[in-house]
Write a protein that binds this ligand. Structure first.
Ligand code: SME
Length: 157
């Protein structure tokens, strides 16, 4: 049985460093993808208390909502639309300090103020994106980018 998450204190980097091995351990004994995505987003939400953390999965020509933690969200996003669809199209991480200044941002909740979206690659293609939303402006930077990009790779896609 999985142990409780030990929420790490300290700077953002220290928190990520505390969380990384725990996520690794959490994913190691399980090969079911939905179970792993579900625990992954729960662990991130618990550590940082982000407003919304979730995966969208590439299904045919759209992103479809996957496991998430937070308020209900839009279920389908087209390629190139919003932050998620743009991260998919460009196949790169997008950091949005102020969602109101991102043209085409999809507001699933008016409480979301800043956002980071990290693409997940398999065999060179984007197969999913991790979306993390904050209720505060400018919550994300290159530290989040670096650790979140490393963390999504821990899931056996
Ligand atoms: N804001 C995202 C949509 C997903 S929700 O925020 C959960 C976007 O613009 O792609």
């Amino acid at each position: 049985m999985a142990e409780d998450l030990k929420v790490a204190a300290g700077t953002k980097e220290e928190q990520f460093l505390g969380l990384l091995p725990q996520i690794k351990a959490l994913l190691e004994g399980e090969r079911d993808l939905v179970a792993n995505m579900a625990n992954f987003v729960a662990a991130l939400k618990e550590q940082f208390n982000f407003f919304w953390v979730g995966f969208y999965l590439v299904k045919e020509d759209e992103l479809v909502l996957g496991p998430f933690q937070g308020p209900i969200a839009c279920t389908r996003i087209r390629k190139g639309r919003g932050v998620c669809g743009t991260a998919w199209e460009k196949a790169e991480t997008i950091v949005v300090p102020d969602v109101e200044k991102f043209p085409g941002h999809i507001a699933c909740s008016s409480l979301s103020k800043s956002e980071i979206v990290v693409p997940v690659f398999k065999e060179g293609s984007v197969i999913a994106v991790l979306d993390v939303d904050s209720s505060e402006l400018e919550s994300f930077d290159e530290i989040d980018q670096r650790y979140l990009e490393a963390m999504v790779k821990l899931i056996n896609w």
